[in-house]
Design a protein around this ligand. Structure first.
Ligand SMILES: Cc1cc2nc3c(=O)[nH]c(=O)nc-3n(C[C@H](O)[C@H](O)[C@H](O)COP(=O)(O)OP(=O)(O)OC[C@H]3O[C@@H](n4cnc5c(N)ncnc54)[C@H](O)[C@@H]3O)c2cc1C
Length: 368
């Protein structure tokens, strides 16, 4: 994205990537439906970045979700807003978008150098680093750049898994029977914060939107609480459970009166809890940890936001910029990750071009 902005402005741009093909993680993001951004009101959208909001806000306001979808449409890729407000390409996949984008970059004269590793030196008059975080390293984002930037005096905070599952010591019976089963319309609480949504039972533990949204809290605690009926107040659930069981089995009765799925009913048992309204609304689960970085959708940590200026230039290394997931910010799934990557790239490219304009004697040659 930085390359496109710079080349459109008239700069000579070279993009390098050490992989044999470009945008491997972007393509992977398209596997489960490429969630480009979100359609919620911008103020709410910006809150998703937590403490990084103030650092990212100007860039996202300057290249907001509408600009990103407009850019997509400009490449001939229609988008739609899903029921949750998330924005996807109609094709759901990343490959048609990537193909059209690479054609555009080629048309703008951007040189693409694959199998070319950046090893810590300054190339070109200015250089925009978009080297990614530390999750899924086999897709190219191996974070080896961290040591190179530290050597240049840049603070790179330790990487941590973000948007990742949590691990649980499920009993063999529960694991075999329910791995792959969703727990729908639940609420998850950890570290004093509650998120409504969905979680998926996996062989290792739990994953899914409601879990990912709490990664920051889940990294700091060993427990989480599930409310299996967040839509029903405690008293209403108590009233329903007071109904006589009749000839129904315990599970059938619970399914009928409390609307619980077989997985939810088994989860109560797995946690050693009785089928009371109190337990249904607050199942305490002990985690054994979070999933590892290699499996996480994104990573926290990276270049400290205090080490970049408002145009995403590294304070410690003039003429070098850093954008995207390599910066230390976190956001939940929902399109917030790609949006911030695109917006920071646009902001850095604009700042970079401006700084090159003020040095007119230098040829405009850039590396990304
Ligand atoms: C399974 C999965 C699903 C996802 N789904 C979504 C989604 O639906 N929506 C969303 O918003 N986000 C999603 N994400 C996250 C999103 O893909 C990333 O946040 C985003 O790709 C980060 O972009 P980036 O340009 O900062 O870094 P990356 O996309 O990681 O790109 C970094 C590039 O730098 C190259 N590189 C690294 N080091 C060097 C070096 N030393 N020399 C040369 N090249 C180097 C890498 O090869 C790579 O191509 C998903 C991620 C995963 C893993």
């Amino acid at each position: 994205m930085a390359a496109e902005v710079l080349a459109t402005a008239g700069a000579k741009v070279r993009v390098i990537d050490h992989m044999a093909s470009p945008a491997r993680k972007f393509l992977m993001a398209g596997r489960g439906g490429l969630n480009l951004t979100h359609s919620e009101p911008l103020d709410q959208f910006l809150d998703r970045y937590g403490e990084a909001r103030s650092a990212l806000e100007p860039a996202i306001r300057a290249f907001p979700p509408e600009a990103l979808t407009g850019w997509c449409h400009g490449l001939g890729i229609e988008t739609f807003v899903g029921s949750s407000g998330r924005v996807f390409p109609k094709t759901m996949k990343a490959s048609p978008l990537l193909r059209a984008w690479l054609r555009r970059l080629d048309g703008l004269g951007v040189e693409l150098a694959l199998r070319t590793e950046w090893t810590g030196e300054k190339w070109g008059d200015a250089m925009i680093l978009a080297l990614g975080g530390a999750s899924w390293p086999r897709l190219g984002s191996d974070a080896h750049w961290a040591g190179m930037l530290r050597n240049r005096g840049v603070t790179v905070n330790e990487f941590v898994p973000a948007n990742c599952g949590v691990t649980m010591a499920w009993s063999p019976h529960f694991r075999e029977r329910f791995a792959g089963t969703p727990l729908k319309r639940i609420a998850v609480t950890s570290g004093g914060r509650t998120v409504r949504g969905e979680a998926m039972i996996t062989a290792r533990g739990l994953e899914g939107g409601a879990i990912y949204a709490l990664t920051r809290e889940l990294r700091r605690t060993a427990g989480l609480t599930l409310d299996l009926r967040p839509d029903l107040p405690l008293a209403a659930l108590q009233g329903r459970l007071a109904k006589p069981r009749g000839k129904d089995s315990h599970s059938t009765w619970l399914r009928k009166v409390a609307g619980l799925s077989p997985a939810a009913i088994s989860l109560l048992r797995e946690a050693g809890l009785p089928s009371t309204a109190e337990a249904i609304k607050a199942i305490g689960l002990t985690m054994t940890g979070t999933d590892l970085l290699v499996r996480a959708i994104s990573s926290g940590g990276g270049v400290a936001l205090s080490d970049i200026d408002s145009g995403f230039a590294l304070k410690a290394w003039p003429g070098v910029y850093a954008v995207g997931e390599m910066l230390d910010w976190e956001a939940p799934t929902g399109g917030y990750l790609l949006q911030a990557c695109f917006s920071t790239a646009v902001a850095a490219a604009r700042a970079c071009f401006e700084s090159l304009q003020t040095a007119p004697d230098r040829p405009h040659s850039l590396s990304n």
